[in-house]
Structures are given as structure tokens and as C-alpha cells.
Design a protein around this ligand. Structure first.
Ligand SMILES: Nc1nc2c(c(=O)[nH]1)N=C([C@H](O)[C@H](O)COP(=O)(O)OP(=O)(O)OP(=O)(O)O)CN2
Ligand SMILES: [Zn+2]
Length: 114
């Protein structure tokens, strides 16, 4: 019987797409929201699949808060690329990670899974 453990976290960061319809975008910032979905197939003695607090702590370590994403990553920091990067990072620690969602704004976001 599976459960999906979900943890959401916000971070603030500036970025620009390096090739937006043929030219670099202007630099701008977002309050990004990420959400991760980790499947748990069993629960521990305390009734937890994975500890929300530990996942959130790891997200806090990984997410580049108050950074210019173009200086952090060697790829164009679109929501899609950020979602894929976070997925592969977390997958090493949580093999049952199902999906990562990244919202650039309230209205626009993307999901990455395999
Ligand atoms: N599929 C994607 N499309 C776009 C991405 C992306 O990462 N994946 N990113 C952008 C831009 O970075 C930008 O964030 C666009 O958002 P926004 O500022 O809302 O764009 P607007 O020009 O509409 O800004 P307003 O403030 O609403 O005028 C673009 N597309
Ligand atoms: Zn943007």
C-alpha cells in the first residue's frame, strides 16, 4: 500500500533564460515554489513514510536561495531545467522519488519525472 509524501518549499532567486526566442531574457527574479513527491511503501513505527522535516531540511540545503541561478548552474535555468536538476539530486537520496514540481510564478510551473 503506497503513500505519496509531499513537501513544498519556496525560495527566492533571480535568473534569465540564456536563449529566449533567440536572445537572452532580461534578468528578473521570482519566488519559486518546489514540491517533491516521494513514494513510501511502508511506514516506520511512528507511522511515517519519510520524515517531512528531514526532506524539508534537505531542500533548504539544496535550493539556491537569494542567488542568481545563472551563476549557480551550467545550464539555462528554466523551470524545466531546475526541476530536472532537483529530481536527479534528490533521487540519489530518495530512490522512490516520483516527481518534482517547480513553479516560477503562481500560474506557471512544470513537473519532471521519469
Ligand atoms: N516553459 C517555460 N517558459 C518560460 C520560462 C520557463 O522557465 N519555462 N521562463 C520564462 C521567464 O523566465 C519569465 O519568468 C516569464 O515569466 P513572467 O515574468 O511572468 O513573464 P511576463 O513577460 O508575462 O511578465 P509579466 O510580469 O507578467 O508581464 C518565460 N517562459
Ligand atoms: Zn523567469
Amino acid at each position: 500500500m503506497p503513500w505519496l509524501i509531499r513537501v513544498k518549499r519556496k525560495f527566492n532567486a533571480a535568473h534569465y533564460l540564456t536563449n529566449y526566442h533567440g536572445k537572452p531574457e532580461p534578468l528578473h527574479g521570482h519566488t519559486w515554489t518546489v514540491e517533491v513527491f516521494i513514494r513510501a511503501d511502508s511506514l516506520d513505527e511512528g507511522g511515517m513514510g519519510y520524515d517531512f522535516v528531514e526532506i524539508d531540511r534537505r531542500l533548504k540545503e539544496l535550493l539556491p536561495d537569494y542567488k542568481l541561478l545563472n551563476e549557480v548552474f551550467d545550464f539555462s535555468p528554466s523551470a524545466e531545467n531546475v526541476a530536472r536538476w532537483l529530481y536527479y539530486k534528490l533521487k540519489q537520496e530518495y530512490p522512490t522519488l516520483e516527481k518534482v514540481v517547480v513553479w516560477e510564478t503562481e500560474e506557471c510551473g512544470t513537473e519532471f519525472w521519469e
